[in-house]
Design a protein around this ligand. Structure first.
Ligand SMILES: NC(=O)c1ccc[n+]([C@@H]2O[C@H](COP(=O)([O-])OP(=O)(O)OC[C@H]3O[C@@H](n4cnc5c(N)ncnc54)[C@H](OP(=O)(O)O)[C@@H]3O)[C@@H](O)[C@H]2O)c1
Length: 349
């Protein structure tokens, strides 16, 4: 038997539980991955409450999660390009990633570079490919200005860096506590809230060319008020505004970039060109605490679950427990950001 996150009905965080389930057996073109880290995402909470049931229906009992990184432990027919022991980054299309053992389609995996930590690898997929898709969708040219809302969140923290790599001047909307991190990544931080329009205009006197909204709640209207062209506004969070005004929603809810983009992002991380901030790490058994923190909506970077803290590999970082050790996690984050780390989205959001 092996542990997996499960729930039996739509609801709040308290519907989540850890079940003992049968060891999965790989079918054709699948491998069995022993999960070392699995990221969590706001979309999973929306699916769990039933708020997205029209777009992403559920059957029960439901598993949870797309993001994962781990070690191949068993290989199905037609999956022999992999070997037992391979360290991989990938994603589950079956909402199954938050578990000790997960079946993964061979096309949904890419090798984990040795110098990319398990936490970073395990939190990369949803946020990474969404940020990549959103930045590509607004077609930034060198020297243009782009505003990104939720600039220090899971998707936003990667989008700001990818937009900088495209040569744009990036204005990141975030609360004060994230301004230093944004500045350290050559992003112009701007506080959201009353007066944000004037602050953006002051930060970009030559105008705004593009807008990426990773938060919702009126940023599409703000982008339009700033004079940004409809085809250069992308929201990953406000589908009602997108439908009303015709702005983009890429990478969208269906076709999403996959393992190739994951490999590109992993390479950038390994080469020190992209940082994935890790806000906190929880054991799998503390999945409820992890979502409690996530659903406050002020995460800087990613929150990650670790199924088995006792397993280590050369690329492992010390395991940090969740809520009780939050201070330890914060200290670790601070020391990691001082070191200028060389490391540091599934069909569901
Ligand atoms: N369509 C897709 O394919 C797709 C894929 C992934 C995610 N999503 C959606 O995209 C959204 C972001 O995902 P995520 O993983 O980046 O979330 P997250 O990590 O929870 O990000 C939360 C961020 O929101 C910021 N924030 C809170 N209040 C804000 C406000 N009033 N104005 C601007 N920013 C505010 C916080 O910034 P401060 O801490 O600085 O306050 C924090 O950085 C979610 O709604 C998610 O469901 C969609």
């Amino acid at each position: 038997m092996t542990k997996a996150v499960r729930y039996d009905e739509f609801g709040g965080i308290d519907v989540l539980r850890i079940d003992e389930v049968n060891r999965p057996v790989p079918e054709d073109r699948q491998v069995l991955v022993q999960v070392r880290a699995a990221g969590i995402n706001p979309g999973e909470a929306a699916i769990r409450t039933g708020a997205m049931a029209d777009i992403f229906p559920s059957t029960f009992p439901s598993g949870q999660g797309s993001d994962l990184a781990g070690v191949v432990v068993e290989i199905g027919a037609g999956a022999d390009r992999f070997s037992v022991g391979d360290e991989m980054i990938g994603f589950s299309e079956l909402r199954a990633a938050q578990a000790e053992l997960v079946l993964v389609d061979v096309d949904n995996l890419t090798p984990k570079p040795k110098n990319v930590s398990w936490e970073v690898a395990g939190g990369l997929y949803v946020a990474g490919v969404t940020a990549w898709g959103a930045v590509h969708s607004v077609q930034l040219e060198k020297g243009e200005s782009v505003v990104i809302s939720g600039a220090a969140g899971g998707v936003g923290s990667l989008a700001v860096q990818l937009a900088r790599r495209a040569g744009a001047t990036v204005i990141g909307l975030a609360s004060d506590s994230n301004h230093e991190w944004l500045q350290s990544h050559s992003v112009i931080p701007v506080a959201y809230g009353d007066g944000v329009t004037d602050r953006i205009k002051a930060a970009a006197p030559n105008g705004i060319h593009a807008f990426i909204d990773t938060y919702g709640g009126g940023y599409v209207e703000l982008a339009l008020a700033l004079g940004v062209a409809i085809e250069r506004i992308d929201t990953i969070a406000d589908f009602a505004a997108a439908a009303k005004y015709g702005v983009k929603t890429e990478p969208g809810t269906k076709a999403r970039p996959g393992a190739e983009v994951l490999a590109e992002l992993a390479g950038l991380i390994a080469d020190g060109h992209l940082e994935v901030p890790i806000a906190n790490v929880y054991p799998l058994t503390q999945v409820r605490q992890a979502y409690t923190e996530l659903e406050r909506r002020h995460t800087h970077g990613k929150i990650v679950l670790r199924p088995d803290p006792t397993r280590t590999s050369p690329s492992d970082k010390p395991f940090l427990h969740g809520v009780p050790q939050a201070q330890e996690a914060r200290q670790s984050r601070r020391s990691l950001s001082r070191r200028a780390r060389p490391e540091q989205c599934r069909r569901d959001p």
